[in-house]
Design a protein around this ligand. Structure first.
Ligand SMILES: CC(C)(COP(=O)(O)OP(=O)(O)OC[C@H]1O[C@@H](n2cnc3c(N)ncnc32)[C@H](O)[C@@H]1OP(=O)(O)O)[C@@H](O)C(=O)NCCC(=O)NCCS
Length: 228
């Protein structure tokens, strides 16, 4: 019997309180706002929740609370040959009292599976390279893919290439308006400068997706916390 079950989000699942709690006072309102706008649009590609219980409660009408969520939505890659439709993974959130028990990892695996099944050529995100790098994501720069903003430190822009990906699919990520309306793209100072200092980058410095050995892991963890 499982303690937490994953399923597609339903219209009556209110993930707003979860997003606000997981991302905290500084970021929670922005992240919840952008997801509310995305969810009300035609941009959603998948939305998965982790619910307490073994999955049998849904049929009985006494399901446990929602303790995790991952949103997948539409974005583009502005490649030389064509504008490429891709999937963006954001936000990923687990209730603070349930973190560190593998729920995030399960949601991440399910998200990659959903993007693959949905035919996305690649899945992109902005987030902590220490966390996502351990779960199959690689620096976007390694595939000649640039973040949507210069304010996203290169190691934080990460992708998983999926079977539909072709070699010519490189270029800049383009996010729909909702992300900009809520100012949820990249980081801003002073947080941006702080992360760049940890990574050994300057504002206009090397954006090659690499980070100095021993720094991209532990020290930047907890510093980069974006909508991913
Ligand atoms: C990030 C988040 C989704 C992870 O969910 P979670 O359920 O706590 O993660 P898991 O239990 O699956 O973690 C798996 C592993 O990653 C590690 N980990 C968690 N957060 C990490 C981070 N920021 N950096 C590096 N490792 C991290 C855990 O220690 C665990 O390691 P282990 O398997 O060796 O024990 C969750 O902590 C969260 O909601 N954070 C606030 C919202 C947020 O910042 N989301 C975006 C992240 S960039």
């Amino acid at each position: 019997m499982s303690d937490v079950t994953l399923r597609p989000a339903r219209p009556d699942d209110d993930v707003d309180p979860l997003l606000r709690a997981a991302f905290g006072p500084a970021e929670g309102a922005g992240v919840a706002g952008v997801w509310a706008d995305v969810a009300a649009s035609d941009l959603v590609r998948a939305s998965l929740v982790a619910v307490e219980g073994d999955g049998t409660g849904e049929a009985r009408g006494d399901e446990g609370r929602v303790v995790g969520h991952v949103g997948l939505s539409h974005a583009w890659l502005d490649a030389r040959r064509a504008l490429v439709d891709l999937w963006l993974l954001a936000p990923l959130a687990v209730a603070p009292d349930r973190q560190g028990r593998g729920i995030g990892r399960r949601l991440l695996v399910a998200a990659v599976d959903a993007a693959r099944a949905g035919g996305a050529p690649l899945l992109a995100l902005e987030g902590d390279p220490a966390y996502y790098g351990a779960h199959g994501f690689a620096p976007a720069a390694a595939h000649d893919i640039e973040p949507a903003s210069r304010r996203t430190p290169a190691p934080a822009c990460q992708v998983v290439l999926l079977p539909g990906h072709e070699d010519w699919m490189s270029g800049r990520l383009v996010y729909p308006d909702a992300w900009w309306r809520h100012d949820c793209v990249g980081l801003r100072d002073p947080g941006l400068a702080q992360v760049e200092a940890v990574l050994g980058l300057t504002g206009a410095g090397p954006q090659d997706g690499s980070a100095p050995a021993g720094q991209a892991g532990t020290e930047v963890s907890g510093v980069i916390s974006s909508s991913g």
